[in-house]
Write a protein that binds this ligand. Sequence first.
Ligand code: GRF
Length: 318
Amino acid sequence: MKLLVFASGRGSNFEALLNASKKGELKSDIVGLICDKNCPAEEIARTNSIPVNVLKPKEYDSKELFISTLLETVKQYAPDYILLAGYMRIIPTELIEEYPLRIINIHPSLLPAFQGKDAILQAWQAGVKTTGVTLHFVNDKLDSGAVIAQKEIKVPDSIDALEAEIHKVEHKLYVETVKSLVEDPFDTLVVGKCLMGRNCRYDGGSEYSSRVSKVVAGFKGRVVEVCPELDMGMGVPRTTSDIVDGRFVTKEGQDLTDKISHFTNKFISENLSSSKRVIAILAEKSPSCGKVKVKGLFTKILMEKLKEKILVVTDEEL
Ligand code: GRF
């Protein structure tokens, strides 16, 4: 696989990835580095004969021109994954649209805690007992994409020791996470029918999402479309339902918890029993498929049953 790294600073994560690739520990090539300024990471690339592009936004007449140059430069490398390693700029939506679920960032805290700049200092000043490192997919909101891996760290007694420990963990976790995505890729994609534009929501809210379609089109594995409500026979148009005290209940007060549990277990045994690693893209606003705000029952059972074998990403995280 081809990995393209973005960096703005010291480049220690870039170097860790590069060393792992050189040693064959990471069965992928680092095909290039993109920086937004001259920085030590650039020097590491040059020393190792890795192609570098320094694209400085201020040197472009307009933001649009910078973005289109960035996009064209990235495309030339044809990367499988883009790895952000201390790249201190917001990733343009245009790039995320082109590479959904293929841009990864490393952040020095246990997200969603301490988003944004100086996360190590933020955690230190907040006096927390534990903090850590997060690897996540990049979306349009700062440090808010779906979490891929996290590692907790006990806060030591000085901020210098904390920084050193964080960086040590970062280098190991970044390599391990990319290695697992490369060597043990998702072989099954479960995708919500409403996000594919199928007519299945009670409120007519089925929405064709170009980002979801792009993931589906580029997926090298089995794709399983699902709408728990439709597939378990609620029909369209159907009544509204909600999660009340952890139970799946219709507006008329009918409790469908057992029905959706039965459906989900059957869905898992019929569709996912031979899967090694599953990624699911589901609609957050649904009482079956939500994950972050709505604790949807279908998603809850999938995550409980498949544990680390599944990564659920909601449309709002994408
Ligand atoms: C790391 O702490 C990373 O989590 C954050 O930026 C820092 C980059 O460090 N996003 P380096 O340039 O890789 O040494």
